[in-house]
Design a binder for this molecule. Structure first.
Ligand SMILES: C/C=C/C(=O)SCCNC(=O)CCNC(=O)[C@H](O)C(C)(C)COP(=O)(O)OP(=O)(O)OC[C@H]1O[C@@H](n2cnc3c(N)ncnc32)[C@H](O)[C@@H]1OP(=O)(O)O
Length: 245
């Protein structure tokens, strides 16, 4: 069974990251499934919104660190790269429900979401420099835009974890909810979106998100740098240190 599952309910495609033994770390197969289910949902007239969540007490611990050691060719067909550009090119709204860790791409993908809800267990982190990497998913452009350059530098250069209250005050999440209300709230907000007139919803979303070509260019620059960093001795040392803890 795939570690990514989906179900469609009331116009919402709910996508679940489900690899609890590795804290929902994303491997290549999982990126490919995420992309497939998003693209399918984009072309399905019965789907008007996506809701992304993690199974259990974790959103996602980000990229599978072991995969960093195996796959360094980040061409356009690489599953992670395809997923990132699929996120950028989504036309239907994306909602996220975050409980537990949301690390690396687990945090940066939130910058592509339209609504983000979290509970008190949520813990965000952008540990790219700690891993001897650079930001991805356009975070080097989108995060300064959201939180200002000095705060973005703190989050991206120091790479320390921050909690849901901080994420709320920065505007990274829309609301902080009790754990037992997180999913029902995220779902009811997603259903509200799914019931809006779809063309107006998509057009408004496009206007709100602004110039996607600028973001695409920045993502491309990030990926070029990321590919170089991935090959570096300092990055390999960090990956091996994590894997041999
Ligand atoms: C393009 C994208 C880039 C990125 O996303 S860069 C970010 C990459 N991610 C990370 O660096 C995060 C690494 N993980 C962690 O820091 C911690 O985990 C957490 C804070 C997420 C959770 O901590 P805790 O609850 O104490 O769990 P645990 O004991 O560390 O992990 C349980 C098992 O899960 C494996 N695991 C966790 N995260 C990853 C990962 N990202 N890649 C591969 N494996 C991971 C561990 O190794 C271990 O496994 P075993 O039980 O076999 O020892």
């Amino acid at each position: 069974m795939s570690n990514i599952q989906f179900q469609d309910e009331q116009g919402v495609r709910i996508i679940t990251i489900n690899r609890p033994d590795k804290r929902n770390a994303l491997n290549l197969e999982m990126y490919a499934r995420l992309t497939e289910y998003l693209i399918q949902g984009e072309s399905d007239n019965g789907i008007n919104a996506f809701l992304l969540k993690g199974e259990g007490d974790c959103f996602t611990s980000g990229n599978d660190v072991a995969d960093f050691l195996k796959n360094s060719d980040l061409g356009q067909n690489h599953p992670t790269v395809r997923f990132l550009f699929t996120l950028l090119d989504l036309t239907k709204p994306l909602v996220a429900a975050v409980a537990g860790p949301a690390v690396g791409i687990g945090t940066t993908l939130l910058l592509h979401c339209d609504l983000v809800y979290a509970d008190n267990t949520a813990k965000f982190q952008l540990p790219f420099v700690n891993l001897a990497l650079v930001p991805e998913a356009g975070a080097s452009l989108l995060l300064p835009r959201l939180v200002g350059q000095t705060k973005a530098s703190e989050l991206l250069l120091l790479g320390e974890p921050f909690d849901a209250q901080s994420a709320l005050s920065m505007g990274l999440i829309n609301d902080l909810l009790p754990s037992d209300e997180l999913m029902s709230h995220a779902m009811s907000q997603s259903i509200k979106l799914a019931k809006k007139p779809p063309q107006a919803l998509r057009a408004s979303r496009r206007l709100i998100r602004g110039d996607s070509e600028l973001i695409r260019e920045q993502m491309q620059k990030e990926l070029e740098e990321f590919a170089v960093r991935l090959q570096s001795d300092e990055a390999k040392a960090q990956f091996n240190a994590f894997l041999s803890r």
